[in-house]
Design a protein around this ligand. Structure first.
Ligand SMILES: NC(=O)c1ccc[n+]([C@@H]2O[C@H](COP(=O)([O-])OP(=O)(O)OC[C@H]3O[C@@H](n4cnc5c(N)ncnc54)[C@H](O)[C@@H]3O)[C@@H](O)[C@H]2O)c1
Length: 370
């Protein structure tokens, strides 16, 4: 892709920020240097992304007269914890970072979450810029201001809402993304269609091949559609008191599956893919939707090479126990995101354990869970 990036504005009162999607953005500070206010800038990345992409950001900053060190963290969900956040605090302290310092999160959703959380905490909140390098982070994690780290008791249990000053999604970074990670990102793309955009769902059905071939125009359309949808929801419900919870379609099941399988066994997107199918299946059980839409979802997940069934070795009772810890629950009732069909997700409270268990048990047709 060439030409000017697509720009989407996220308007949250005075805290308005742009999402820019295009090629060649990292090395051209003209696209993002106005989001850097002071002289202290820390680039936070991980061991895989830093050697591939950090030098371009660092050099672009040097061109603006800013000498920014790189803090390279271990990659992956197993390292998204308070120790990683502490490494960022130490690097900010070494830098002598003041209130106008800026953290640049260069990496996937894990780096965005850790670096954003550290920025939210340092001096009670300094600026940060999201530079997502995975498809999942471009379409979901980098937008909306949720930051945080995991605790042994569960995923993302420690965190803060902290909006970035800008989101810079450079499509060139996707060229180095491993295939399995790339495919996992489509789970969140499909989720966007599932919750509120039946036309986008149909478009994905027709464009799966182009997207999987990393066609720049198709990818740009998909990423921009997801960012517009998420930005709209975040603008209406920043703190997740209502509508924003819809973005968790498939996630209550998915988080339980991810944890029960052992972090690292399944990628976040893969677990979400399975979770969406379980949510669709539960919706049928509760009489909210018909099986035809569940089958369309299953077919679309398969077309993208995503898993479309729960790994058979995971026990339904253990998954249910994990789901009780879900952050979307209220003290008095479980809350799940289900759907009335493609493009029509809803928050549903008080679903009985027996119904959830029945949805969690493998269907005879799901041999091998794939
Ligand atoms: N804050 C939010 O709103 C939000 C939303 C969704 C997901 N998340 C979080 O995002 C995380 C998952 O994000 P993810 O899927 O991006 O995983 P990730 O950040 O763990 O990255 C996946 C892997 O790809 C590597 N990688 C990243 N970009 C690369 C590139 N361009 N080239 C080569 N390798 C690259 C990373 O080093 C890592 O090994 C989870 O922790 C999840 O909880 C947050």
């Amino acid at each position: 892709m060439s030409g000017a990036p697509i720009e989407i504005e996220v308007g949250l009162g005075a805290r308005c920020y742009p999402i820019k999607i295009g090629s060649g953005l990292l090395e051209d500070a003209a696209y993002w240097c106005d989001a850097v206010r002071g002289r202290h800038v820390l680039i936070v990345s991980d061991e895989h992304v830093a050697p591939l992409h950090a030098a371009r950001v660092q050099e672009a900053l040097l061109g603006c007269g800013v000498d920014a060190p790189i803090e390279t963290l271990s990659a992956g969900e197993a390292h998204k914890n308070l120790d990683a956040a502490a490494r960022v605090f130490d690097a900010l302290a070494d830098l002598g970072a003041t209130r106008d310092a800026c953290v640049i999160a260069l990496g996937g959703g894990a780096i965005g979450d850790i670096a954003g959380f550290a920025a939210a905490c340092w001096m009670r909140g300094i600026d940060f810029i999201q530079m997502p390098t995975t498809l999942l982070a471009m379409v979901d994690a980098s937008v909306g201001g949720k930051t945080g780290v995991d605790h042994a008791a569960g995923k993302n249990l420690i965190g803060a809402f902290h909006q970035p000053r800008a989101v810079i999604a450079d499509l060139d970074t996707l060229a180095t993304l491993p295939e399995r990670e790339f495919i996992a990102g489509f789970a969140e793309v499909i989720k966007t269609a599932c919750i509120g955009d039946a036309d986008f769902f149909a478009w994905l059905e027709s464009r799966a091949d182009a997207l999987l071939a990393r066609d720049a125009a198709a990818l740009t359309h998909a990423i921009a559609t997801c960012c517009r949808c998420k930005a709209g929801i975040v603008m209406r419900d920043e703190r997740e008191t209502g509508e924003r919870a819809l973005l968790n379609f498939g996630h209550s099941f998915g988080h339980a599956i991810e944890a029960e399988a052992g972090y690292g066994a399944l990628l976040h997107g893969e677990a979400v893919a399975i979770g969406m199918l379980l949510a669709a299946r539960l919706s049928v059980r509760l009489g909210m939707s018909n099986d035809g839409d569940t089958q369309r979802l299953r077919a679309l997940l398969r077309a993208f090479g995503l898993p479309a069934g729960c790994p058979p070795h995971l026990e339904a009772d253990a998954l249910l126990a994990r789901m009780r810890l879900d952050k979307k629950n209220r003290a008095d009732a479980r809350r799940l995101i289900l759907w009335r069909g493609i493009g029509r997700a809803e928050i549903v409270a008080g679903v009985e354990d027996a119904e959830v268990l029945a949805a969690l048990r493998p269907e005879p047709t799901e041999a091998g869970g794939g």
